[in-house]
Design a protein around this ligand. Structure first.
Ligand code: HEC
Length: 101
């Protein structure tokens, strides 16, 4: 019995992870830039030179970016309602905003 009482909150923690989830959903017809400027810009401001990101090698591809948006991280909320074409377009937009090498 004691084990159940301890087990429940732990299960809850594991299921929700450390990061919060953001319930933002893209409006229909929103471009990737619209999505970025609505959902992301509060934390991702343009850097000197105008680009938003300086991505590490392992983050500089659309799949890694999409995973980041879907899953979030310790510091960044997950966006489970950005999906499909919106997620793909947003990931490509982020890539296009990566600092040119
Ligand atoms: C509440 C603040 C917050 C919001 C909103 C947010 N992010 Fe982040 N994001 C962060 C933080 C903090 C990091 C750095 C830590 C990390 O990598 O998890 C980060 C990291 C990233 C990274 C990894 C590369 C890097 O610069 O470290 C990408 C890509 C990214 N965010 C994309 C997005 C996109 C796209 C959105 C909008 C859908 C978004 N973020 C919304 C806080 C946020």
């Amino acid at each position: 019995m004691k084990r159940m009482i301890i087990g429940l909150p732990l299960t809850f923690l594991l299921a929700t992870g450390c990061s919060k989830s953001n319930d933002y959903s893209p409006a229909s017809g929103a471009t990737a830039e619209d999505v970025f400027k609505t959902a992301c810009i509060e934390c991702h401001q343009p850097k000197e030179g105008g680009h938003y990101f300086e991505l590490d090698k392992n983050m500089a591809n659309a799949t890694a970016i999409a995973n980041k948006v879907s899953q979030g991280s310790f510091m960044m909320p997950a966006f489970p309602n950005i999906q499909g074409d919106s997620l793909q377009g947003l990931s490509e937009y982020v890539l296009s905003q990566n600092k040119a090498e």
